[in-house]
Design a binder for this molecule. Sequence first.
Ligand code: ADP
Length: 247
Amino acid sequence: MLTVSHLTKKYGRNVACRDISLEIPEGEAAILLGPNGAGKSTLMKSVIGLLKYEGQITVRGLNNKSSEAKRIVGYIPELPALYPNLTVSEHMEFIARAYKLANYADRVSDLLDAFELTDKKKKFGDELSKGMQQKLNICLGLLPDPDLVLMDEPMVGLDPHAIKELKREIDEMRNRGKTLLISTHIIDSVDMLWDRTIIMQSGSVMACVERSELEKSGKSLEDYFFEVTENRNADASTRPADGATAG
Ligand code: ADP
C-alpha cells in the first residue's frame, strides 16, 4: 500500500530522514515509534507530499504527489491548522466539499458526537481550547474515510474520553481493512493498536517488528524499544537482517 524507497530529507545540514526504505502492506496498522526529533513527522510530511526530498514514495503504486494518490490518503497533523473564521460545522463542510463527499451529514454528526463537539458546532476555530482543536483536527482527518490514514502523535492533548474514542475509531478502521501509519513517542498509548512497529531514531529506521514476532519473543514493546534504541541486549531474532525494511 505504502512504499518508501531511499527517502532522505535534509533541513540545511541537518539530516531529518536518512535513506529510509519501508513498506506497509494493505490493511496493516503500523506504528512509527521514536523519541522526539527522530524524524517521524518529517517522514509523514514527505509521504503526504508536503516536503521536497530525495527518494521515491508510492501509494498503491501511484506517485504520492499525484492527485489519484492524494485522494486515498488522509493526514492528521500533529498541530491542528484551523481557520479562525470558520466554525466547527463549517470546517467539516469545507473538508466534505474539498473531497467532493456525498451524503456526509450523518458521518459529520457521528464524528462530532463521538468527540463531544456537537455542542461546539457554532464555535469558531480560535474559540476552541487546545484539546477541542485537536479533536476537530481528528474529525477533519477521518471525515473523508481515506484508505491510508497517517496520524502524527494523535493522542497528544486529548482527554481520556477522546483517547478512548480515537482508539475505537482506529480499531474500527482496522476491521474495515484500512491501512494506518500512526506516529508516537509514547509507547503505552498505542498498545494493542498495531500489526507492525517501526522504530526510528536520529533519522534512521532502527528496526521493524511484527506483533506475532514480538509475542513469540515474549518481550514487551517497551523492552524491545529500549533494546533497539539504547542497544541493550539486542537480539537478532526479532530484528530484520537489514534493520530498515518493513514489509
Ligand atoms: P519527530 O517527529 O520524530 O519528533 P521531526 O521529523 O519533527 O521529528 O524532526 C526531525 C529533525 O528535523 C529534528 O532534528 C528537527 O529539529 C528537524 N526539523 C524538523 N522540522 C524542521 C524544519 N521545518 N526546519 C528545520 N529543521 C527541522
